[in-house]
Design a protein around this ligand. Structure first.
Ligand code: TYM
Length: 339
């Protein structure tokens, strides 16, 4: 059995570098939680470039976006001297364990992953790659290779963490205790931030009209929020089923101002949606403006960014390599030199 020396729980998560800027849902649903989990946990966070190529990417843009994503994680508050912050493709054990885990996964089981269904439906199934189909299994390997206890993500990733649990248990049963079975760490209040133009769907980089991109100019962010779709009433009330647009704005405002959503809602008694939108925009900009400035500063020093990436990759590999070695041994592979 692989045991860890320290009793500190380990958390692991990742984000795709598929757009120049993170959208608000990425931050509120996941990265904000990564920051708080640094304390009391052994934290591993990564830019998942291998996941990004499941859909076509322009190489020059991808290169820029990897650096931008790495810088944004730091700008959001992840300290690379506290957490292990790295780029997925710098650690080859992910793809190596990914193959092993593909061989543990049933075709039907992989077919049930809703993200594949959504994403392939958007691009047309003829264009969906096999990589897009098997990508949840690479995610399984991402998590298991670090023996993570917790995976801080938004609601849309829950199914992938459940698959990780199933495959970890299956492998442990078949080959002996090898993997820690991880739990999803999902913050209920911000698990799903909704699209500003269509509050029935989640905010997503691939639906840019209803998303707020944190690196956009303050004027653009403000305009986006002020034109959010609400409803035909005028009362500000937190009621996600009946008033999804207004409730989404309340969630965003409450989170950025560290208040309870009901308290925020009550403070708009007698005021209209205009006031709520203006205050939400102001709260988002108060976070986004210094965030963008810090990202510019970090990406302005590529040598330092690359140094941080290399340090992160070395720390990550030191954990991932022994897990893979144990897995290969359990499978019956013969080690180089027979050792
Ligand atoms: P990705 O890059 O799509 O999203 C990164 C994180 O942001 C969360 N998120 C949201 N949360 C709330 N509301 C939203 N509207 C919203 N949109 C995005 C996502 O849930 C996610 O936590 N497959 C993953 C990346 C990944 C990963 C991993 C995560 C690869 N390997 C291992 C955890 C562990 C993805 O595509 O996330």
């Amino acid at each position: 059995m692989i045991t860890r020396m320290s009793g500190t729980p380990r958390v692991l998560s990742g984000i795709q570098p598929t757009a120049g800027s993170f959208q608000l849902g990425n931050y509120l649903g996941a990265v904000r939680n990564w920051v708080s989990l640094q304390e009391g946990n052994d934290a591993f966070y990564m830019v998942v470039d291998l996941h990004a190529i499941t859909v076509e990417q322009d190489p020059a843009e991808l290169r820029t976006n990897i650096a931008l994503a790495y810088a944004q994680i730091i700008a959001a508050g992840v300290d690379p001297s506290v957490s292990t912050l790295f780029v997925q493709s710098h650690v080859p054990e992910h793809t190596q364990l990914g193959w092993v885990m593909q061989c543990q996964t049933g075709f039907g089981e992989a077919s049930r992953m809703t993200q594949f269904k959504d994403k392939s439906a958007r691009g047309g199934s003829d264009h969906a790659s096999v990589g897009l189909f098997t990508y949840p299994i690479l995610q399984v390997a991402d998590i298991l290779v670090y023996q993570a206890d917790g995976v801080p993500v938004g609601e849309d990733q829950r199914q992938h963490v459940e698959l990780t649990r199933d495959l970890a248990q299956r492998f442990n049963t078949r080959y002996g205790q090898t993997f820690t079975v991880p739990k999803p760490l999902i913050v209920k209040e911000t698990a799903k931030i909704f699209d500003l133009q269509d509050p029935s769907s989640k905010m997503s980089k691939s639906l840019p009209n209803g998303a707020v991109f944190l690196l956009d100019d303050p004027q653009v962010i403000t305009k986006r929020i002020k034109s959010a779709v609400t409803d035909s009433e005028s009362e500000v009330r937190f009621d996600p089923a009946a008033k999804p647009g207004v409730s989404n704005l309340l969630t965003i405002l409450a989170t950025f101002t560290d208040r309870d959503v009901e308290t925020v809602a009550a403070s708009y008694h007698g005021l209209g949606y205009g006031a709520l939108k203006a205050d939400t925009a102001e709260a988002v900009v108060a976070f986004a403006a210094p965030y963008a400035a810090r990202v510019r500063e970090l990406t302005g020093d590529p040598a330092e960014l690359h140094r941080l990436m290399a340090t992160g990759a070395a720390k990550a590999r030191a954990v991932a390599a022994p897990t893979l070695a144990t897995v290969y041994d359990r499978l019956g592979f013969v080690a180089v030199g027979g050792e």
